[in-house]
Design a protein around this ligand. Structure first.
Ligand SMILES: [Fe+2]
Length: 375
C-alpha cells in the first residue's frame, strides 16, 4: 500500500466543544501515525489558521485517532477546514457553520440505532439535506459489538454528515462492548467521539433550548442521577431557557413486541421528567417509530390532536429506526400511543425563538410519518 494511503485522513467528524457557539472539535483517523497533525481552518476557503491536533488513544484502536479543539470561533459564522499533516497529506476541504448567538429559530435532527446498512447510509444523507444546526444520535451507533473495524466502517459512512454538521451522541447498550469474554465498556465510543464528559452525561444550550443527554444503560448510577436532577432543576430555574429536551437511549413507554413499557426506566425517570416539566424526551432502542401523547403520572393528559400546551405533559418520542434493523410492534399500542409505525425514520425539530416547537417525523423516503407541536 502506498504511503499516502496509510496516512490519509479518514472518518472526519466535528462536534460541539464546551461552548457550542465558539468551540468545535474535529476528529479523524489515519491507519499509520503521522508527524505534526493539524487542522487548517479559516473564514474563507483560503483557510489561514492552524490548530495543533493531539492523538487520542484507547487499547483496541485500529489506527491513529487525532483531535483538535477550535476555541476561537465566532457564533453564526461559516468556517472552512481540512485536516492532516505536511508529510502524510491532507483531507479534502469541508465547511461548517457555528450556531448563532442569542435567541433565534433553529432546526436539529435526531435518530437512534443507526448501524451500517444501506438504510443507515440513506438516513445519514436524509438528515444532511435538512442542514440542521446539529444532529443527535440517541445511542446504538455502529453495532461494532467488540469488532473495532466496524467503528471504522461506521465513521467513514458518517463522514458525509459529521464532517459538516456537529454530530452529538449519547450511549446505548451497544456502546457497552465486549471483546470475547472481556468487557471493554464504553471506551471505544468515548474515545472516538469527542463529547463533553466522555459522552456519559452532559448538557448544552442553543438559543432558548437546553439539551440534556445521559446514559440510560447506567440508570442505577447515583452520580449520574444526581447530576441529571440538578441539570433539569437548573434548566427550569434559568429564565433564558424555554425548551427542555432530553436524549436517552431506552424508552419508558412503548409497544414493541417482546419489550413494551420499561418499568425500570419508568420508576427511575418518570418522576424526574414530570417534576421538571421536560418538554420532549427522545429515545431509541425500540427499532420503530412510536410517540406518546403528553404524559403526566404515567398517563396521557390528552388523547387527541397534534398541538399541545407546553407544560401540560412530557412528550416521549422513540425514533429507533435509524437504519440498523426494524422490530415488530405488538398488536395493540399502549393506551397513550399517539402514533406508531414499523419504519426507518428520523426526526426534524424546529425550535422557535417564539411560538410553537414543531416536531416532524419522516420515513427514510422523506415522506412524513406525522408532525406535532408544543406551544
Ligand atoms: Fe439499544
Amino acid at each position: 500500500m502506498p504511503h499516502a494511503m496509510r496516512t490519509e485522513p479518514r472518518q472526519l467528524r466535528i462536534a460541539f466543544g464546551a461552548d457550542p457557539l465558539t468551540q468545535i472539535s474535529i476528529t479523524w483517523q489515519t491507519r499509520q501515525p503521522v508527524k505534526n497533525p493539524v487542522v487548517e481552518y479559516g473564514e474563507t476557503p483560503n483557510l489561514g489558521r492552524r490548530a495543533v491536533a493531539e492523538r487520542v488513544r484507547y487499547p483496541y484502536e485500529t489506527g491513529a485517532i487525532y483531535r483538535a479543539l477550535l476555541t476561537d470561533l465566532k457564533p453564526g459564522h461559516r468556517y472552512y477546514y481540512r485536516v492532516g499533516s505536511a508529510e502524510g497529506g491532507f483531507s479534502r476541504a469541508y465547511d461548517f457553520r457555528t450556531p448563532r448567538a442569542g435567541l433565534h429559530d433553529f432546526v436539529f435532527t435526531a435518530f437512534a440505532d443507526h448501524g451500517t446498512t444501506r438504510y443507515s447510509v440513506r438516513n445519514t444523507r436524509n438528515v444532511l439535506a435538512h442542514n440542521p444546526t446539529f444532529h443527535f444520535i440517541v445511542g446504538d451507533l455502529s453495532y461494532a459489538d467488540g469488532r473495532q473495524e466496524v467503528w471504522d466502517t461506521y465513521l467513514e459512512q458518517l463522514e458525509v454528515l459529521a464532517a459538516r454538521i456537529p454530530v452529538m451522541v449519547c450511549f446505548g447498550n451497544h456502546e457497552n462492548e465486549r471483546i470475547g469474554e472481556q468487557r471493554i465498556g464504553y471506551v471505544a465510543a468515548e474515545t472516538r467521539f469527542a463529547m463533553p464528559n466522555r459522552g456519559q452525561y452532559y448538557e448544552f444550550t442553543i438559543s432558548n433550548a437546553r439539551f440534556v443527554a445521559f446514559n440510560s444503560n447506567e440508570r442505577k448510577d447515583e452520580q449520574q442521577y444526581a447530576w441529571l436532577e440538578r441539570a433539569l432543576q437548573r434548566a427550569r430555574a434559568d429564565r433564558t431557557i424555554r425548551w427542555l429536551i432530553v436524549f436517552a437511549h431506552h424508552p419508558l413507554y412503548g409497544s414493541t413486541r417482546r419489550r413494551g413499557n420499561n418499568q425500570a426506566m419508568i420508576r427511575r425517570f418518570q418522576p424526574l421528567f414530570d417534576r421538571y416539566r421536560v418538554d420532549l424526551v427522545i429515545h431509541g432502542h425500540d427499532h420503530v417509530y412510536e410517540r406518546m401523547y403528553p404524559m403526566r403520572n404515567n398517563t396521557a393528559v390528552v388523547k387527541s390532536g397534534t398541538r399541545y400546551k407546553q407544560g401540560a405533559g412530557v412528550v416521549y418520542v422513540t425514533c429507533g429506526g435509524g437504519g440498523a434493523s426494524l422490530y415488530d410492534l405488538m398488536p395493540e399500542p399502549t393506551p397513550w400511543t399517539a402514533k406508531r409505525e414499523k419504519t426507518y425514520c428520523y426526526l426534524k425539530v424546529r425550535v422557535p425563538a417564539q411560538g410553537a416547537l414543531r416536531v416532524e417525523a419522516y420515513r427514510i423516503d422523506n415522506s412524513l410519518i406525522e408532525a406535532f407541536e408544543i406551544e
